[in-house]
Design a protein around this ligand. Structure first.
Ligand code: FES
Length: 107
């Protein structure tokens, strides 16, 4: 059960032990993590599940898909190198300890 750490803009951290197979977005919603809105329910159509990952973690994340890439240009918070849609990040054992930063603005 990998641990995923959500970091709020003020530095507050929420660490969740999550079943592999769920997404970083769904785990956040289930636990009430602030700042993950997910208006479209995980269909890569709203960009309100935007998170910042550390670019050094890119090797253990799935590649950015075309739909995700397009939506990442529509995020409320500025897009950065490690920007991802958390609904497009299915959790795997390889993601143990992954930290994602929640943007200051999500809508
Ligand atoms: Fe809408 Fe991720 S939940 S893009």
């Amino acid at each position: 059960m990998p641990k995923i750490v959500y970091v709020q803009p003020d530095g507050t951290e929420t660490a969740l032990d999550v079943d592999a197979g769920t997404t970083v977005m769904r785990a956040a919603l289930a636990a009430g993590v602030q700042g993950i809105v997910a208006e479209c329910g995980g269909n890569a159509m709203c960009a309100t599940c935007h998170v910042y990952t550390d670019p050094s973690d890119s090797d253990r994340l799935p590649a950015v898909g075309d739909d995700e890439d397009e939506m990442l240009d529509c995020t409320a918070g500025a897009r950065e190198d490690g920007s991802r849609l958390s609904c497009q990040l299915p959790i795997t054992e390889a993601m143990e300890g992954l930290a994602v930063r929640v943007p200051r603005e999500q809508v």
